[in-house]
Design a protein around this ligand. Structure first.
Ligand SMILES: *Cc1c(COP(=O)(O)O)cnc(C)c1O
Length: 367
């Protein structure tokens, strides 16, 4: 077994996906499962597919290629780049879009490959990342009219996203606004959208309170089944809204990050000599706590930022990090030896970093 190592519990992931799909199905909502945090791992995509999620989404086309053998529908969660259209048609059944020029290119390529590609047209209701601005109704209408004329393109639905760049939260107000824009367009164009995709896992609190605007019948969800909680910016979303959320039906602690001790020593707590800045141009201050026992671990900022991990042994304190080492204080904990493994809990940021670090071994467990 090699370290550092990230253990991902597939049984728990599948279980959470199942709970999620079934509880949302009851109120008429289909889930698109977002796999992007795992950097295209087919194991995790397959686990949520087995949990009942029919469509799996990735942000990178290269990751859709990695999950090509999973028997789910595949979606590109980010607008396709003009430079990657052939692979988008090859590896994605669905993509999120907001540029008509891109959709035209998708149509052309879909004709060439003799495929039908589905488009989720994105509107921006205020979060200021992707999507046609919601007040620009003429533009939304003309883009839809243009899409309807394109060969080999099918409209999957209308989508919107919240709580990403702008941290604009999904609310009853902006959800209703989104549905009403969709209904107006349906009337004008004589069509019916299969899906109104109302947001990501941060919309779940509206579901939980029973106030998700009627008409929204699709959510794109990752964090909820990945953590068993609604996790935003290192905080439980629960803290923002209310404390009664029925999150108990989900399991958490799906991940353990493990690193190996490569040096043990007892040293002063304050560096000796004149101090400069570190490799990240930060000046540092140190509190003199005398000599203390410490350990060096074989991972660093290049793998996971230490601010986003928590030692399971609560007596361990993380002292700091360089690009390739992490230093922990073990003065108050049990005896550790050279070669011992230190386990950590991790948050979304750390999971994202770990999955994207080639220096960390990924292990999929099923217990
Ligand atoms: C990342 C993303 C999601 C999923 O977000 P979670 O917080 O993991 O639920 C949904 N939609 C879009 C467009 C995204 O980029």
């Amino acid at each position: 077994m090699s370290y550092p190592r990230l253990e991902i519990n597939l049984r728990k992931l599948k279980y959470n996906a199942k709970v999620e799909v079934e509880s949302l199905k009851k109120i008429g909502i289909d889930v698109m499962g977002v796999n992007k945090v795992f950097d295209g791992a087919p194991e995790t995509a397959n686990a949520i597919f087995e949990g009942g999620i029919k469509a799996v989404a990735e942000s990178r086309v290269s990751n859709l290629k990695k999950i090509k053998d999973v028997k789910c529908e595949k979606a590109l969660l980010r607008s396709p780049s003009l430079s990657e259209i052939p692979d988008v048609i090859r590896y994605a059944d669905i993509s999120l879009n907001s540029e008509i020029e891109v959709i035209e290119a998708l149509s052309k390529e879909a004709v060439k490959q003799n495929k039908v590609h589905k488009v989720l047209l994105m509107l921006d209701l205020g979060d200021l990342r992707e999507g046609i601005w919601f007040e620009d109704t003429d533009k939304i209408e003309s883009v839809l009219r243009a899409i309807l004329k394109l060969p080999n393109i099918e409209i999957y639905g209308l989508g919107t996203n919240f709580n990403c760049y702008g941290t604009a939260l999904p609310t009853v107000k902006n959800g209703n606004e989104f549905v009403s824009i969709a209904r107006d367009l349906e009337k004008k164009l004589g069509i019916k959208f299969k899906y109104l995709s109302g947001g990501n896992c941060t919309s779940y609190h509206l579901v939980d309170k029973g106030i998700l605007p009627k008409g929204i019948n699709h959510l794109r969800i990752g964090g909820l089944h990945q953590f068993g909680i609604e996790y935003v910016e290192g905080k439980y979303l629960d803290e923002y809204y209310h404390s009664s959320m029925d999150i108990n039906k989900y399991v958490s602690n799906l991940y353990i990050f493990k690193a190996e001790i490569i040096e043990l020593n007892t040293k002063p707590t304050v560096p000796v000599g004149e101090l400069g800045v570190d490799a990240f141009l930060q000046t540092k201050t140190f509190v003199d706590r005398g000599n203390r026992k410490r350990a060096l671990l074989a991972f660093g900022r290049q793998d996971i930022p230490y601010e986003n991990i928590h030692p399971i042994d609560s007596k361990i304190e993380i002292l700091g990090q360089t690009s390739d080492h992490t230093i922990i204080d073990i003065e108050d904990s049990d005896n550790y030896s050279l070669g011992d493994i230190i386990p950590f809990e991790i948050d979304y940021t750390a999971l994202l970093a770990a999955c994207n670090s080639p220096g960390i071994e990924k292990a999929f467990i099923n217990d």
